[in-house]
Design a protein around this ligand. Sequence first.
Ligand SMILES: *[C@@H]1O[C@H](CO)[C@@H](O)[C@H](O)[C@H]1NC(C)=O
Ligand SMILES: *[C@@H]1O[C@H](CO)[C@@H](O)[C@H](O)[C@H]1NC(C)=O
Ligand SMILES: *[C@@H]1O[C@H](CO)[C@@H](O)[C@H](O)[C@H]1NC(C)=O
Length: 269
Amino acid sequence: MEAATRLRRIYIVFGILWTLTESIVPGARSMIPSFDTSSPVNVTAQVGSYAYLTCRVRNLGNKSVSWIRKSDAHLLAVDKESFIADTRIIVVHSAVHDTWTLQIRGVKSSDTGDYECQVSSEPKISRIVSLSVVVPTIEIKGDPDIYVMAGSSVNLNCVITGYIDEPAFVLWRHHGKETVQTVISSDSTQIRRQPPDVLISSLKISSASHDSAGVYICHPTSLSPTNVTLHVLNGEQPAAMQDGQKSLSPSINGLSLSLSICLLALLLL
Ligand SMILES: *[C@@H]1O[C@H](CO)[C@@H](O)[C@H](O)[C@H]1NC(C)=O
Ligand SMILES: *[C@@H]1O[C@H](CO)[C@@H](O)[C@H](O)[C@H]1NC(C)=O
Ligand SMILES: *[C@@H]1O[C@H](CO)[C@@H](O)[C@H](O)[C@H]1NC(C)=O
């Protein structure tokens, strides 16, 4: 038998086998890994929350999936094995969805940047996912020091802006105690929303007394706290005001008091 004929026969046998593999195991011939491009390439997460960067690979076969942080070229994980000391960062694999999700717990602003999902195929394929971190602002409207006369009412407004995950509740602390722990409603506080992403938590002190004085901390869950100091004036001047630095002119004080009385009188009429 000629060498060429033998070679042709081998080819034919090989061809039959190849066709058989395809009919027994569909897709066996096209076992080339590829990315599912429907997963987002731009991910936004709020500081302190979780970020999920999804990489979905089809036909992975026995290849590996790695995640690399582009900012410092740090290898974060290969398959499910972690390669970083930072325990906030792990890879969660779902065999059902073919996903290799990079999960970052307690996201920080410094986590912002590009992350590369790489498949060890020949040639290598990779997909970049960008993470942006949103930091909401929390402020109590007005001066950091509030001066009121004893008996007057005070409204403290804590304004939370630019969030994506609405805080579950807003905690107000006074004298180190959680005097008013508030969720959406209570007698002395209320929360209102101003679309798209402004939340205002108001704390109302109906009649300020010496006990009402001090630092008030507004602490929305999973966000940073902020505070104001309430000074309650009792007719006589408190020690803090006698050092001359923050002196409140008694005449102006008297003036605003008489103005309030006039206003009250007008309202009563
Ligand atoms: C992702 O963000 C980049 C930069 O902000 C932008 O150019 C790109 O269009 C975004 N891609 C998608 C799919 O939204
Ligand atoms: C993957 O499988 C192929 C055969 O199916 C084998 O030749 C190769 O060595 C395997 N690679 C790894 C990294 O196990
Ligand atoms: C109040 O806020 C200031 C400035 O953010 C901070 O330095 C201070 O420690 C806070 N005070 C309390 C009691 O939390």
